[in-house]
Design a protein around this ligand. Sequence first.
Ligand SMILES: [Zn+2]
Ligand SMILES: [Zn+2]
Length: 342
Amino acid sequence: MKAVQLVEIGQPLQAREVPAPSIGTRDVLVRIRAAGICHSDVHYRNGTSPVAGLPHTLGHEIAGVVEEIGPEVANVTIGKRVCLHYLVTCGECHYCRTGNEQFCVEGKMLGKHLDGGYAEFISVPARNAVPLADEVSFEHGAALMCSSSTSFHALRKGRLEPGETVAVFGAGGLGMSAIQLARAFGALQVLAVDIHPSRLELAERYGAVPVNASLEDPVTEIRRLTGGRGVDVAVEVIGLKKTMEQAVQSLAVLGRAVMVGIADEPFAIDSYGELLCKEAEVVGSSDHLLWELPLLVELVRQGKLDLSQVITRTVPLDAGAINRAMDSLQKFGDGVRTVITP
Ligand SMILES: [Zn+2]
Ligand SMILES: [Zn+2]
């Protein structure tokens, strides 16, 4: 089969002919119909974040059709549309058994530790295949597997309750899902903080109140918009020291700041003024859980989560086109999302 692989760190991906994967008794073979190009894939190509070995097929945001199933597979049948949970876990360790499988001691990620979706076929354990409703496109199914599910998990970690207020720091792919999901979960008011007018405009279309951090201090503005209280939940998806600090500073009494963005330096908190006095919390959020994914598919099917404005481009399974999409992701961040449709 055809695969576009990382052969050498720091070099463009290459189109290669590789053997189609074989399946074990509990695996499914999936014909890939959509594979998202994620910002982490750029880190793998750069070498900023390591992959298991070279050559390696990248891609962890995958949707497709079941082509073949192992003899012990009961949860899916041949011909079913599916999207794939990217974390392959043991199901047996302490973390798997307590429902926190993202910490599985043997956890392996598609496209990082295992070959991923920049190919025609992939083999995965059948339990990683999540049914994809007919109304949801393969492209959207693929995108749900990473950015949307990260946002979903983050809002759950923030224990958002109906009637509360939310501030989302960063209105890119992750943020746009966070805004819509916060509203679907019953948030009374969602504030979107960014510096790009086009992103803020889109955030506003999805029902958020835009806060342009290049024109005004977002903390002051959030206080003003919430009658001086601050927000109950702040979600930071950018990964900057400054915006992480602003997220904490924007909290109301008993507020929760959820950290999703990956920063390369520590951030500072006034522990007395910002945490103790408010009984505020800073919460880390990592990846997502398998059981959260069917709920996301259903939210898209019901029209409560719209990804049509987030995915802006599709490319074929072509090394040149994929490298160009990665180059632009590297330069401009996640404003434009590209999905490979083999
Ligand atoms: Zn991703
Ligand atoms: Zn495990």
